[in-house]
Design a binder for this molecule. Structure first.
Ligand SMILES: *[C@@H]1O[C@H](CO)[C@@H](O)[C@H](O)[C@H]1NC(C)=O
Ligand SMILES: *[C@@H]1O[C@H](CO)[C@@H](O)[C@H](O)[C@H]1NC(C)=O
Ligand SMILES: *[C@@H]1O[C@H](CO)[C@@H](O)[C@H](O)[C@H]1NC(C)=O
Ligand SMILES: *[C@@H]1O[C@H](CO)[C@@H](O)[C@H](O)[C@H]1NC(C)=O
Ligand SMILES: *[C@@H]1O[C@H](CO)[C@@H](O)[C@H](O)[C@H]1NC(C)=O
Ligand SMILES: *[C@@H]1O[C@H](CO)[C@@H](O)[C@H](O)[C@H]1NC(C)=O
Ligand SMILES: [Zn+2]
Length: 470
């Protein structure tokens, strides 16, 4: 005989119950016991690691790392897609306009100070936000910042427990050696619960050779991957591997530039008419006298450059609401370089362009007890990393622009409803059920005509809405 309709229903309930209840049980959040302390977290940035390098180069160590954990293929970073703004967004969860580090070169009209990446330790620049290595101190945690932008800055009167300022002569091995030591602690002092570490490649070489120089970039990416191998073996040596959560990510990507794609400002206006605060590929200008007149000269200056008055900067860039944003912003199209004058190309590769351009996006990989093994996400945002890290460390996040829901499916023991998968399964089950039902009716009809009672029973059952299906 055939299965009756109530049996299908039971099967469907069981299947849906399995889909929705099992992940909830797996969280074990209803145990009522005090939670064990969260595992330590290590955040590592390889500057300028474009998402597409993962597809173009082998990266065996990195692949082995995320095969045991999570890969996010693209991360939408914040505008401007530069090093300092995005590194500060990673550890604050804020857009540049809200954390105040809006560029590599800044001028603050209130304090009349200048910021440059080699002269950046004045706390006033950083204090509009608070990085995780400071906030985590409030939970009684030790923290560490290894050459991350802002590491040595006294922010809200504090620094990380351990930190070192940027020093290009310190090797990767020395940096990871010190970080693992900080994370392990020594009998007297507890290990750091949160550590952020910075490495300057493949950014440096991407600027110098251009990302399209596959010969040179494959060597550089091999070195980066070797360093990831070193990181894994150092963590294993310190018995931290498998005990700590590790996030490997970057601040931005890289695109090829060319001498054929130069935009010279001198062709449009006299240098006496403005002060230049920042140049390529996003220029910040302060007009000397008449803002409108200067803007009119710039708005039609070049077909591959867009000029914005501060108040007209598109909302989606989240780059208007800060007094450090200058009255005029010039934005070059992908691969174009703005110079003051002449025809010398300063860099073969560059970044900083509109954050909707895929070549500007970095990636994210993660592994450790807090992450779901084998999870693959197509994209999240750079600002989503901060609430994720706060969740992993069980500390309350400061106000930020990220969304925890975007990263839930990365975390072990979090309810993760993979919406397409659930819809697919439900549709599949319904298809099978209706096929079987049609077959059943057909065979039933062949065997004997359905009585009115049969229809009544089916109708009554059909209107019995299953809440799980809503
Ligand atoms: C660094 O910036 C401060 C503040 O703008 C300025 O006073 C100082 O001269 C700068 N130092 C260097 C070495 O440029
Ligand atoms: C900053 O910290 C120092 C010592 O750590 C303390 O003496 C001082 O009062 C603090 N200042 C503020 C404004 O909290
Ligand atoms: C820590 O860094 C210093 C350089 O600042 C280096 O001499 C030392 O070997 C490093 N420590 C480890 C354990 O790698
Ligand atoms: C890549 O860079 C190297 C070193 O600068 C250079 O010799 C080579 O011609 C470049 N290749 C391409 C395709 O640009
Ligand atoms: C540019 O500067 C010159 C003198 O330096 C001045 O005469 C002219 O009005 C300025 N033009 C604009 C658009 O500000
Ligand atoms: C980003 O977050 C900050 C802090 O909560 C908030 O002030 C700001 O309005 C947010 N920005 C956007 C675009 O939501
Ligand atoms: Zn960078």
């Amino acid at each position: 005989m055939f299965l009756s309709v109530p049996v299908y229903r039971m099967l469907l309930r069981t299947l849906l119950g399995f889909l929705f209840v099992v992940p909830a049980v797996a969280t074990g959040s209803e145990t009522g016991q005090t939670d064990p302390p969260p595992p330590p977290l290590l955040l590592v940035s390889f500057d300028g690691f474009a998402a597409d390098y993962l597809k173009r180069f082998p990266m065996p160590n990195l692949k082995s790392l995320y095969s045991q954990g999570v890969l996010v293929e693209h991360m939408t970073n914040v505008f401007v897609t530069k090093t300092f703004p995005n590194h500060y967004s990673l550890v604050t969860g804020l857009y540049a306009e809200s954390h105040g580090i809006i560029a590599s070169n800044m001028y603050d009209p209130d304090t009349k100070k200048h910021f440059h990446i080699s002269n950046n330790t004045d706390p006033s620049w950083w204090s509009e936000a608070e990085p995780l290595w400071i906030t985590a101190l409030d939970s009684g945690y030790k923290t560490a910042a290894m050459m991350w932008p802002g590491s040595e800055v006294v922010i809200h009167n504090r620094t990380a427990t351990h930190f070192l300022p940027y020093n290009p002569h310190m090797t990767f091995k020395e940096r990871i050696g010190n970080v693992t030591q900080w994370m392990t602690g020594d009998g007297k002092e507890e290990g750091a619960k949160f550590a952020a570490m910075y490495w300057e490649e493949p950014d440096k070489s991407g600027h110098y050779y251009g990302p399209e120089n596959t010969t040179m970039m494959s060597q550089v990416l091999k070195e980066v991957d070797d360093n990831i191998g070193l990181l894994i073996s150092e963590l294993k040596r310190a018995r931290l591997w498998g005990q700590v959560n590790v996030i490997i990510t970057s601040d931005h990507g890289m695109t090829q530039c060319s001498r054929d794609r130069l935009i010279a400002l001198d062709k449009c206006l006299h240098p006496d008419n403005y002060t230049l605060v920042d140049l390529a590929p996003v220029a910040a200008l302060i007009p000397k006298q008449d803002t409108t007149a200067v803007f009119n000269l710039l708005k039609n200056c070049h077909p591959h450059m867009t000029a914005y008055l501060k108040e007209n900067i598109p909302e989606r860039l989240h780059y208007r609401n800060n007094h450090r944003v200058q009255p005029i912003l010039l934005l070059a199209d992908e691969g174009w370089t703005i110079v003051k004058t002449g025809n010398v190309l300063p860099r073969l590769g560059d970044h900083g362009y509109d954050n909707s351009i895929p070549s500007m996006h970095p990636f994210l990989a993660a592994v450790g007890p807090g992450f779901r093994q084998g999870a693959r996400l197509s994209s999240i945002q750079t600002v989503d990393v901060y609430p994720l890290m706060c969740r992993l460390l069980s500390i309350s996040a400061r106000p930020n622009n990220g969304t925890l829901a975007h990263t839930r499916c990365m975390m072990a023991g979090e309810r993760c409803w993979d919406v397409p998968l659930v819809i697919g399964l439900v549709v599949g089950v319904l298809l099978v059920l209706s096929t079987v039902t049609v077959l059943f009716r057909y065979v039933g009809w062949r065997r004997r005509p359905l009585s009115v009672r049969d229809f009544q029973r089916l109708n009554a059952d059909d209107s019995d809405d299953d809440p799980l299906l809503e």
